[in-house]
Design a protein around this ligand. Sequence first.
Ligand code: ADP
Ligand code: ZN
Length: 735
Amino acid sequence: TSDSLDLFGKRIDPAVVRSVPVMVPLPVAGPYSYAVPEGMAVMPGSVVQVPVGPRKVIGIVWDEAGDAVDPKRLRPIEHVFDCPPVAEEMRRFIAWVSAYTLTPPGLVARMAVRAPAALEPEPMIEGLTLTGTVPERMTPARKRVLELAQDGAGWTRLGLARAAGVSSSVVETMMKQGVFDTVFLPPPPAFGTPDPDYARPTLSPDQDAAADDLRAAVAADGFNVTLIDGVTGSGKTEVYFEAVAETLARGKQVLILLPEIALTASFLDRFETRFGTRPGEWHSDLAPRMREKVWRQTAEGAIRVVAGARSALFLPFEDLGLIVVDEEHDTAYKQEDRVFYNARDMAVVRARIGGFPAVLASATPSVESQVNALAGRYRRIHLPGRFAEAALPSLKTVDLRRDPPKRGGFLSPTLLSEIDRTVGRGEQALLFLNRRGYAPLTLCRVCGHRFQCPNCSSWLVEHRFRGRLMCHHCGHGEPVPEACPECGTLDHLVACGPGVERIAEEVDQHFPEKRTIILSSDMAGGVKRLRLELEAVANGEADIIIGTQLVAKGHNFPLMTLVGVVDADIGLANGDPRAAERTFQLLAQVTGRAGRTGLASKGLIQTYQPAHPVMQAIVSGDAEAFYDREITEREKSGLPPFGRLAAVIISADNRSDAEAHARGLRAAAPVGRSISVLGPAEAPLALVRGRYRFRLLVHGSRADDIQTFLREMLENGPRQRGSVRVQLDIDPQSF
Ligand code: ADP
Ligand code: ZN
């Protein structure tokens, strides 16, 4: 019988306990072995509950053998969950991500499983059928209701009122008169089936050609990657929707990754307009019950399309056939916590393992993807201009040396008068500053004391609305004091530099009668409030919007015709080799919010370095020149994607332990390889949440060499003790 064969088809001695490897969601190097109780059916991929020490955890029955344990001492699997097993493709993906990021496989597996709660049936809904009693007085409205209800199928109160074109009070009155019996109807399906032909748009000739290319990529029926680029508003979404339609028509599931899904509710509406129903949604703000439902229904194949944040990559799709990564350049795709991975890159890996296409879309592709496209590893589709009449905003720099803001202000006369003209026409202006709070630094005018976070090497940011000084790294907050804690002088604290709250104050002084709104991730009310405010802006309920980078992403504000960048130089100052790329992307995206519906629009970029290549590229619209230059420089210095980097971050609750461990690791680095190690040096943020951080940077020409090198270094290096922790960041965002 099959009972005498193990998972791999090998004959086993029935006297020996049958055992299987289980990947547990813990930082262990491989699966553990468990006994399978008599009569329990498990297979590779089964989601099970097992004991680990005193705990019970959720694990995945794995493929390779677990650790060797005396079979008699194995603990049994406690429970097999009633849900589809994690597919082989997914298990290979987990193993791949683990090997690439050098993260224990259990930690990666943890992102892919959850305890599927016993699925409670959806509650039935209340419906109405006729009793035969006629209304006391017949009116035309009541007559229509009666006629509709004749079909005997059962209507909801609201459905019946709507269908009859009457107010629901008409139906309610009839209910009171005993016209209806209540019956119970099955619940409506949670997720509809998207219809690829629901509302095909008429594509522009450029879009049409692009869509043909994409459909061909999908039809090629195997792994390939396409990079779609084209300025903001060029209609990339409509084009990749055609790839989605094609995949749906082939009966496969689709995953669309978005960088800020919780804030892009408009995307879901747009999807519904095109496909007749909303996609499944996946992000960290979902209610637990909804998460449960989306997870399970994705596994069962009931959900055909998921639009999600990076973690959606680890959903157990039944039959995935396409991944789209929208805004593929976005840094939100990088997770820097537990498992350090870039969802854009891992999406490509997921597609390769699954043997299906991936589509990357961006108005400002990452240098990595540009190089892949140039090298012919990716197909490329380019959309040349904005869709329909919409023209790109005309962009200009404002040289702050020549056109300085008046004392104590941050907005130049040129920008102020442009705002005035814009709101005077009833249009909207967006002022972009990527700094939350009121002021990034507070100091004492008398003794020079600076307010620093007690747990981090960073300044406390004043949040004036809340009356607090806050750390943006650890969340530490304290009330703004009246006296300097160092010299005790009263009322001599000064705010240095601007945050969005301070810009809002300046705007209010100049335009007291205009409606201003601050869009920043830390305003009270959280995501729900932000969604409402974004909607309000789109509906024209504000004149001047002051926002951080969250406004730069994907939103469509029909009335917005001016974007003012308050300080374009912020991101260039930090010496990071990716600074130019990031600044270029951010400026192109944020100015791209203007003029999306055909109104003439402008972008004014305040800078002290108008001649900087990034500013020049933005103003001239010559993205290609920017990328050429950037690619040449990266190639010259062997920086990614021409060379590969990894960061090793060593932290401890005291500085000397962290440093000693970092030096120990450095000394254990294998020699005689074409790999160089820089450091240890203090990490860019040397102290975070009370932990001191040192960093080693490992540079090599090939990724797999780096992995081998790091593995050896960690094996030969000092044993981790005390509070020391080592984190590996392959392909770090900043270096
Ligand atoms: P991108 O993703 O390149 O920024 P979008 O796909 O958001 O551009 O398109 C920009 C705007 O043009 C959107 O408002 C979109 O609804 C509209 N649009 C694009 N293509 C079409 C089309 N073929 N028919 C009608 N409207 C379109
Ligand atoms: Zn802090």
